[in-house]
Design a protein around this ligand. Structure first.
Ligand SMILES: [Mg+2]
Length: 260
């Protein structure tokens, strides 16, 4: 089904006033534009103010779900009383929620070993680098020359194949990034459902994200709530879309108006 443009439709019109919202937001590519170096991302002051005003409302429970580590995403957003989820949902913390996937702890030494191996494999490839994120690790190749990209991928899958017998590691594909994660059958969708089920009272889930990792959440939530992909795509499971990251602010304003 083709997603519809959310800013053109008044989705909140059909929802009865007083309905509580569980708002799930991705970070990179959703709240901030994607940067070559993830550490250089800065949450705009205006966006931060919008998020703060949402958290101040009893009618909105805000969660930020990211592929970043928990401490990284917390540091980037820097708002108290928000539920944060790092490593694509493997860890959840804040605003009365605490969770860590048991397989994440088991896989950690394997991921550490794979990172050491990968570092050796990609040593000669310009622009490729590994970001250790505690429970997962990302191999970035956004700055790698086009001709070298197959080399990077080959190096990555060579290392992954070394661990195939253990069944401890899984691969997550993102935008010009390959990620090593625990083989846990757990994703952003599972994390969003876990949070939703642990909230007291009835909440309408609203999820906004831009990447393939967010599709797990779109699939988990699109029949129960409002799912929005940043960037139009016919392949998405989301039922709505925003044209670009720049429109997120306009959408959050609509949420704000609804819960006020
Ligand atoms: Mg994203």
């Amino acid at each position: 089904m083709n997603p519809r443009y959310i800013l053109k439709e008044n989705v909140f019109k059909k929802i009865s006033k007083g309905q509580k919202i569980a708002l799930f937001l991705d970070f990179d590519g959703t709240l901030v534009p994607i940067r070559k170096e993830p550490s250089r991302c800065v949450l705009a002051e205006k966006m931060k103010e919008q998020l703060e005003s949402l958290t101040g409302s009893e009618s909105c429970y805000l969660s930020i779900l990211s592929g970043r580590s928990l401490s990284d995403i917390r540091g980037m957003v820097c708002i108290r009383d928000i539920c944060y989820s790092g490593n694509h949902g493997l860890i959840i913390s804040g605003n009365n929620m605490t969770y860590i996937h048991p397989k994440a702890l088991i896989a950690k030494p394997f991921i550490d070993r794979a990172v050491r191996m990968l570092n050796k494999e990609i040593a000669g490839i310009e622009g490729a680098w590994i970001e250790g994120k505690k429970l997962t690790a990302s191999l970035h190749f956004r700055s790698v020359r086009k001709n070298d990209v197959p080399l990077v991928k080959k190096a990555f899958y060579n290392v992954v194949s070394e661990f195939s017998g253990d069944r401890t590691l899984a691969v997550i594909k993102g935008k010009q990034v390959l990620e090593l994660a625990p083989d846990a059958s757990w994703n952003k969708g599972s994390a969003a459902l876990w949070i939703l089920n642990n909230l007291k009272g009835k909440y309408l889930p609203v999820y906004v994200g831009d990447d393939w990792t967010d599709e797990t959440a779109f699939r988990a939530l699109n029949k129960r709530g409002i799912t929005i992909r940043v960037g139009k795509s016919a392949k998405t499971a989301a039922n709505y879309y925003l044209k670009s990251q720049r429109e997120i602010s306009a959408f959050l304003k609509r949420v704000e108006e609804f819960i006020c």
